[in-house]
Ligand binder design. Structure first.
Ligand code: 13P
Ligand code: SF4
Length: 396
């Protein structure tokens, strides 16, 4: 474990509360430790842009509905009419049928889902088209169609139900609907798997292997041996027909580049640094991280848990950094640190910044719809079937 010597900082300069080590994983703690900027500095956001966003939003009034995922930057999330995790935002997307414009401050797959779930006259806008998701990109439709053929050749496709994480493209959601499956999010993965296993013998879980494995093993009581990993970059997924026949969970080889960074070392390290800390992580984290954490749950669960925690309690949170920083700011009476020592924003979520939001809103004021996200009708139909199945899960 790396120990960090006290820093010899100039007067008035404070180390960052999150003690982030950047660049070298603790090789040079003095140069790598972040510090808070002292004194009166201008706010991170250009005040003119804040004013322009406010003015454009006011002009658009009831014609505009802004949705914001919890991992968005503060400068953006302040303009969201509704904030939430993927599940809440999917449910809320259709909440304002009278608004012709829905600006989605999140990533591409979320904006696609909003387009699928809203009425035909509503247009969904993603302020920066580069706001994708590396996990969603790990399952391309051609690869998934090929995998289904591998399952057919092994004689198991008929007894396999696809369960696809919300964090997937509309194409994958369409595939899921076409093959009688359901979408799930981190809030309802257990219920989705229970539903799928009541319907079939096996599940093809796309694209996050960690959420699939963690839910199957920790919530449904399966063993790790019940799970196999299908690698789309290997012939036949790198699995034999016998392995496919023996498996109950066929996990796609995908992961989140943010949550996948947390390691067992991070958990051990934070427990040594903060003896009474409660480690709270998202189920997109690796299995060994989740099994060594104290609590695991979706983004909404993480927020509710920290909000309800008593003053004086200490938390190490394994999820996206914008959210952890926001929680730390909201609860100065609790110790809330980021689980890793290295910076871990979701770089694609962060593509949505104030300049892009202002551009999207001011364009709407001028009558121009920019960066519209539109899913073709056939894909949208089958994706809606799978999304509606999720929304109909017991307790949803
Ligand atoms: P949830 O919003 O379902 O918690 O998923 C986390 C995530 O990675 C969103 O991109
Ligand atoms: Fe994708 Fe992970 Fe970023 Fe979510 S946090 S958008 S899953 S890369």
């Amino acid at each position: 474990m790396t120990t960090i010597p006290d820093l010899d900082l100039p007067e008035g300069v404070q180390p960052t509360p999150l003690a982030l080590l950047m660049l070298g994983r603790g090789k040079d703690p003095h140069s790598e430790r972040g510090v808070e900027c002292p004194g009166d500095l201008p706010p991170a956001s250009d005040p003119d842009l804040v004013e322009r966003a406010r003015a454009a939003k006011e002009k658009l009034g009831g014609n505009l509905f802004v949705l914001g995922h919890h991992y968005q930057r503060d400068e953006v999330i302040q303009f969201a009419d509704v904030t939430g995790d993927s599940f809440k935002l999917a449910r809320e997307a259709a909440a304002r049928p009278e608004a012709p414009y829905i600006v989605f401050c999140g990533v591409h797959f979320m904006a696609e889902s909003a387009d699928i779930l809203t009425a035909a006259h509503q247009q969904v806008i993603l302020p920066d088209l580069a706001a994708g998701c590396s996990m969603a990109d790990m399952a391309a439709i051609e690869q998934v169609e090929e995998a289904w053929e591998v399952l057919q050749d092994a004689g198991v496709a008929d007894v396999t139900v696809p369960v696809s994480y919300m964090n997937s493209s509309a194409d994958i959601k369409g595939f899921t609907g076409r093959h009688g499956g359901t979408i799930c999010t981190s809030s309802n993965a257990k219920r989705a798997l229970e539903w799928a296993f009541a319907k079939g013998e096996k599940v093809l879980f796309l694209p996050d292997q960690h959420l699939g494995r963690n839910t199957a093993v920790l919530q449904l009581g399966m063993s790790l041996d019940d799970c196999v990993v299908y690698d789309p970059h290997k012939p036949a997924g790198g699995l034999t027909a016998d392995q496919l026949r023996a498996a109950r969970m066929i996990l796609w080889r995908g992961h989140c580049s943010v949550h996948g960074r947390f390691t067992l070392e991070c958990v051990k390290d934070v427990r040594e640094r903060i003896p009474d800390v409660t480690v709270l992580v998202h189920p997109e984290c690796r299995h060994e991280v989740v099994t060594n954490a104290d609590l695991v749950g979706s983004t909404e669960y993480i927020i509710k848990t920290v909000d309800a925690a008593p003053a004086g309690s200490a938390w190490a949170v394994g999820t996206e950094l914008n959210l952890v920083k926001r929680l730390a700011k909201r609860h100065p009476d609790k110790t809330i640190v980021f689980l890793d020592r290295t910076v871990c924003f979701c770089s694609t979520m962060n593509r949505i910044d104030l300049p892009h939001l202002v551009w999207a809103l001011e364009s709407l004021v001028d009558g121009r719809v920019v960066n519209r996200i539109q899913v073709d009708e056939d894909t949208a139909h089958w994706a809606r079937v799978a999304l509606d199945q999720m929304l109909a899960l017991p307790g949803a």
